[in-house]
Design a protein around this ligand. Structure first.
Ligand SMILES: Nc1ncnc2c1ncn2[C@@H]1O[C@H](COP(=O)(O)OP(=O)(O)OP(=O)(O)O)[C@@H](O)[C@H]1O
Ligand SMILES: [Mg+2]
Length: 402
């Protein structure tokens, strides 16, 4: 009853009381086992919950492995079509030659191999929801058919000339930049607007802060339960390392990393070192201690890793010094015989001076570019780089960035 009232209010575009929405979000997360409380993820779930009872097309965007597949399920299961069919179609996985027939069906004899007539998904799921995953992969001819069915509810089976009617709600997903695909002529502009009445953006994992640790714990517990192994736990340093990594493969990659650790280190508390070993070489040089390119030879890679470890030790020492300075004042320290720890850490050979090292140069470049992108706003630059504001200031000072 309350749900019907809520739906009516939504239809009349009146805001739902926060308390209802919060309860609904909790239910959604429980039912679909969605882990995480970060504001960006919560916002995405909230949008899905709010749009579920309203029959609009929804486009779910976000990088690969971020969890887009939960959203069409939320929209179907928490909407008025929940007792009808839900069909998920991976548009990228169906060969171009058969996709029209898969979606719209075909008549007997309409092409070689069409021995019998066949219903397509749009007929099968009449009254329900179709999830078009990787929608950017649809050929242009299929896009035209899709636009027609979205606008008029009409479609033609392959090889048929009689128009059929269907009532389908479409939720589409894409991890490619659709406006770019439109600009390049690969995706119909009219279809893009028709599909994207409501857009839900699933955030990349590296923007979800502590969700990373929550997900890691969940995956570790799931693994132990499924394979009856001793569960792993994570040291504070390992958690920090996870949170600093930029997770190019998002939640899917995190799950793979945790599965590996759960298998090979069952029962252990994962140290920072173990965590770093399990993390592949990263594309963001600031987000991980391992910045050597995967294509580099073993010796070069090892040299860079050692160098990077030294740099991170230097950072830690400078951090300690900063804390001493903050507490006792720099002059007191100097009186006690302490000099700048950077001097203590100065490399023996001048050519190894950090400021001449290519690694530091690339770090400097990344920081300068990020600052420029944020118009010099250090707080938002630090957020993008996934380091604290304090670390950003320290790095700027070390690298001579004004
Ligand atoms: N918040 C989350 N809580 C629990 N599991 C999650 C979460 N987000 C993603 N996952 C899991 O991560 C994996 C990848 O998610 P999903 O398949 O939805 O990614 P995707 O965004 O559709 O990626 P692609 O664009 O490559 O298809 C799945 O196993 C999914 O269950
Ligand atoms: Mg997917």
């Amino acid at each position: 009853m309350w749900r019907e009232l809520r739906m009516q209010r939504l239809r009349r575009r009146m805001p739902v009381k926060n308390i209802d929405l919060t309860e609904e979000i909790v239910r959604v997360k429980q039912r679909l086992s969605i882990i995480g409380d970060s504001p960006a993820l919560m916002e995405a779930i909230k949008r899905a919950v709010m749009v579920a009872p309203i029959d609009l097309s929804v486009l779910v965007t976000g990088p690969s492995g971020a969890g887009k597949e939960f959203f069409p399920k939320i929209i179907h299961q928490f909407g008025a079509r929940k007792h009808k069919k839900y069909i998920a179609v991976n548009c990228g996985a169906i060969p171009e030659g058969t996709i029209d027939s898969e979606l719209f069906g075909h008549e007997k004899g309409s092409f070689t191999g069409a021995v019998n007539a066949r219903k397509g998904y749009f007929e099968e799921a009449d009254g329900g929801t179709i999830f078009l995953d990787e929608v950017a992969e649809l050929p242009l001819t299929t896009q035209a058919r899709l636009l027609r069915v979205l606008e008029t509810g009409e479609f033609l089976k392959v090889g048929s000339s009689s128009v059929q009617k269907t009532d389908i709600r479409i939720v589409a997903a894409s991890n490619v930049d659709l406006p770019k695909a439109v600009a390049e002529g690969k995706f119909r502009e009219d279809l893009y607007y028709r599909l994207s009445t409501v857009v839900i953006t699933v955030p990349p994992l590296n923007e979800r802060g502590n969700d990373i640790v929550l997900l890691a714990r969940k995956f570790a517990a799931d693994f132990a339960e499924k394979y009856m192994t001793k569960p792993i736990s994570f040291s504070e340093d390992a958690k920090r390392a996870m949170m600093l990594y930029n997770w190019p493969g998002n939640v899917r990659q995190l799950k793979n990393v945790i599965d590996q650790l759960a298998l090979f280190s069952a029962g252990e508390e994962i140290s920072r070192h173990q965590m770093l070993e399990a993390l592949p070489v990263n594309r963001n040089p600031l987000a991980t201690p391992m910045i050597a390119s995967a294509t580099e030879g073993g010796a070069e890679m090892e040299r860079k890793m050692i160098w990077q470890t030294l740099l991170s030790l230097r950072d830690d020492l400078n951090h300690l010094k900063q804390r001493f300075d903050d507490k006792f004042g720099e002059n007191d320290l100097r009186k006690s015989g302490f000099n700048d720890v950077r001097v203590l850490m100065a490399p023996e050979h001048p050519e190894e001076n950090p400021n001449h090292n290519p690694l530091d140069r690339s770090e400097k470049k990344v920081i300068e570019e990020t600052l420029a992108r944020h118009d010099g706003n250090k707080k938002s630059a630090a957020e993008e780089l996934q380091i604290s504001l304090r670390t950003l200031y320290r790095k700027m000072q070390d690298l001579g960035i004004s």
